[in-house]
Design a protein around this ligand. Sequence first.
Ligand SMILES: Cc1cc2nc3c(=O)[nH]c(=O)nc-3n(C[C@H](O)[C@H](O)[C@H](O)COP(=O)(O)OP(=O)(O)OC[C@H]3O[C@@H](n4cnc5c(N)ncnc54)[C@H](O)[C@@H]3O)c2cc1C
Length: 401
Amino acid sequence: MTKAMIIGGGVAGSVAAMALNKAGVEAVVYERYPHAAADIGAFLTFAVNGMDALRSIEANTPVIGLGFPTPTLKFTSGSGKTLGEIPLGGNLADGTVTQTIKRAELYGALQDEAQGRGVRVEYGKKLVGAETLSGGRVRARFDDGTSDEGDVLIGADGIHSTVRGIIDPHAPEPRYVPVLNVGGYASGIRVASEPGVFHMTFGKRAFFAYTVTASGEVWWFANPPRRTEPNAAELNAITDAQWRAELHDLFEDDNTPALQIIDATRDEIRAWATYDIPKVPTWHRDSMIVIGDAAHATSPASGQGASMAIEDAVILAKCLRDVPDTQKAFATYESLRRDRVERIVAAGARSSNSKAAGPIGRVLRDAFLPIFLKKMAKGGDKSAAFMFDHHIDWEQPVAVA
Ligand SMILES: Cc1cc2nc3c(=O)[nH]c(=O)nc-3n(C[C@H](O)[C@H](O)[C@H](O)COP(=O)(O)OP(=O)(O)OC[C@H]3O[C@@H](n4cnc5c(N)ncnc54)[C@H](O)[C@@H]3O)c2cc1C
């Protein structure tokens, strides 16, 4: 195999290109948008297993220093009662902990690093179709009328993937999770916080979280519940002023700095609907495969989407490096990844549901969460450790499934 076409220059796409490049395969990335489009208010917690996977291909350096460490979660109820404090993710051997990073900066750093290593990234190339050619090669077609050919096509095109539907026209659609995401950056205020702590409040009407950077900027997000799925046009039609008014209604009875933070937010507030995909039965067909969110999107509550996408990218490159037959390489990749990623998606769905709990669910949650958090803080609950303890050794050969 000499040429891989990667659709999508997000997290999975840029890392897959670097890993394949390291494995001696030419990789070209086709991204529908211009370079690292701005993403107002979107930041993510980046877990240590993602950093470990980047380190396996020496791509961690550009990411370290983009954000700031946030190794602790502190939970309160809307009344201000402390529910508990737990570590957010594990530690790598060198002391690296969970980082909070602006999404656009993570994308930009990974794309720049890939290009610095000689990867060709073609911007403004939206994939609209693909077909298998004789000899197992594949052709990709773009909305500007151009096309390209390669030995494999890797769909790293995110939760609303086009490649997923090309591989399997019956592939499931993303599942709506009944909370929205809004967020932003506030400045010029002082709120109670310690370094490295993400404050999370299960408010009376909605979930609110914030953390404070070393320079005093407050990064926050909220999850207004929405039973029915809004379409993109409905979300875009909600103005900044309407969001601020709705957030005031949601948080006015909570004992948190939410209103102060929202009022000190300088950029326009906008929202995303939340989705996941519990199971995509078919990940590959012929010489095409999906990775990252295209194959197994988790709700943001898991804090693992970006890290799983990076793990996928590195492990797929290892499989294509070590397993000579593409079909066997894809099957080996699937055997190494499916169980892990589906467990994480299920854990993310449970966390999201607790944010959207109704009145009875809220009472139960507030009663039982402190007990659960105490157990986790004492190391008595190891159920999440499998997410963070994952390690990739680039040199270790892959055994054919
Ligand atoms: C509000 C929110 C909060 C989140 N919080 C966290 C968090 O705290 N921690 C975490 O780890 N994850 C979080 N995530 C999830 C994380 O962002 C994703 O899991 C991760 O970005 C997946 O990477 P990906 O490369 O698979 O897909 P994406 O990052 O979505 O990249 C897909 C790329 O493909 C491009 N593309 C799409 N279609 C085409 C096409 N037809 N042709 C060409 N290019 C195309 C897109 O423009 C995009 O650049 C969050 C997500 C959201 C929405």
